[in-house]
Design a protein around this ligand. Structure first.
Ligand code: FES
Length: 226
């Protein structure tokens, strides 16, 4: 199947830099105006978009669910840490400021077309560090995962892995209070609340939900898939 590179970019400077990427790598962009304009008939290889576009965070999750192998690259114009983290948590593969994005994409596209690397990383299973806890609640942490710190909560026989960094200001949710009856963790710093089952934000000041990770338990060992 032919590769399909989708560009949903309105900024003229970024568009012209991406035109240069296209001519250097020999690809062609399929241009769309809005994130909502992408139809189900296309299976995209890569989608490049601007994070400040309306509903872009919501569409990242939808796209990843529909096309998990599609590479999602977001350009950020205004430095907004929370928006950046939200894009990352929603499953965006690359979030970069507008100036740096074309060059990063050029390298990525070249190594993909040359067959050197796939666009999206393969899922890996990582062993966490157990936290001594006989009951329900926090049972494991993975503080030094290169992508994100992760923590795992247990409720009876179910385990839930979440990103261990609050999208508001990055504090560790593992240090917050956890309600085993509702599955809600409260950020220790400013009180944002999240449901560990789904990552859903229940209460701010954080504006966005958190990423969740599948968990596997083998005897005393707890693994997360990232
Ligand atoms: S850092 Fe979590 S609510 Fe502010």
């Amino acid at each position: 199947m032919a590769n399909s590179f989708i560009r949903i970019v309105q900024n003229p400077i970024l568009r012209s830099h991406l035109d240069r990427v296209a001519s250097k790598t020999g690809i062609e962009f399929n241009d769309l105006e809005l994130v909502s304009a992408l139809s189900d008939e296309i299976i995209p290889t890569m989608i490049i978009f601007e994070i400040e576009m309306e509903n872009s965070i919501e569409f990242i999750s939808k796209w990843k669910e529909k096309w998990p192998k599609c590479f999602l690259a977001a350009a950020v114009t205004q430095p907004d840490r929370e928006l950046w983290m939200a894009a990352d948590a929603a499953g965006c593969d690359l979030v970069s400021n507008r100036g740096a994005l074309p060059n990063l994409l050029r390298k990525k596209i070249v190594s993909f077309l040359d067959g050197i690397e796939s666009l999206t990383p393969e899922t890996v299973c990582l062993l966490t560090k157990s936290v001594v806890n006989e009951g329900d609640g926090l049972v494991a942490r993975l503080p030094d995962n290169p992508e994100d710190p992760i923590c795992v909560f247990r409720i009876e026989d179910e385990y839930y892995g979440i990103r261990d960094a609050c999208p508001h200001a990055g504090f560790a949710l593992a240090d917050g209070e956890f309600d085993v009856t509702t599955g809600i963790v409260t950020c220790p710093e400013h009180g944002s609340r999240f449901n560990v089952h789904s990552g859903e934000r229940i209460q701010g000041p954080a504006d966005y939900s958190i990423k969740t990770y599948p968990v596997k338990v083998d005897g005393d060992d707890i693994y997360v898939y990232v």
